[in-house]
Design a protein around this ligand. Sequence first.
Ligand SMILES: C[S@@+](CC[C@H](N)C(=O)[O-])C[C@H]1O[C@@H](n2cnc3c(N)ncnc32)[C@H](O)[C@@H]1O
Length: 186
Amino acid sequence: MRILNAIPNRRAIAMLDIAETDDVLELGFGPGHALRALARRAIRGSVTGIDQSATMLAAARAHNRRAIAEGQMRLLHGSFERIPLANASIDKILAVNIAYFISPLGHSLDEARRVLRPGGLMSLYVTDYSAMRWAQFAGPETYQMFDAAGLRAFLRASPFAEDRVTIHRIRLPLGFRGLVAAIRKN
Ligand SMILES: C[S@@+](CC[C@H](N)C(=O)[O-])C[C@H]1O[C@@H](n2cnc3c(N)ncnc32)[C@H](O)[C@@H]1O
């Protein structure tokens, strides 16, 4: 599973084309492996992460002790539906494997768009459910699974509706497929 997560994170991070001075935010960082890769790129900028799980926060803090101690990284315990950052203060947002937990009826990405600078970029990865209907991934907290059309419809109904969206398909081991949306805020 770790490898299956590593590839999407790598691709989603590459898509962000992070500059050394970028201020980067990760939504739902989980164990915090991607945070480390973000910190290696934004070496003169900053990395902020927000996750609602105390367990994940502890794991991510342990993984990223150095960047946190040096003041480059800040990890927050809370929901990405309430992000304690100023408007237009972030250049890039990484959002990998979190969209399943976002209610299609809610406005869970309002805050992500608010904190993103005009011209800023978010990359959002989901596994393509149409390539793995045989697998049981949907748990009790899962709102939805995606195929490419579903992801496009989801983003069209989101606060990013008027922004530029490109969806890329990626191949993963074991026949899995993924979708990475690059969303550029106008
Ligand atoms: C499937 S994990 C993905 C972790 C990581 N991004 C990765 O790719 O390995 C989803 C993470 O999102 C977090 N999460 C889900 N909904 C959230 C919300 N509304 N606010 C903050 N974190 C949330 C969970 O706690 C979990 O750590």
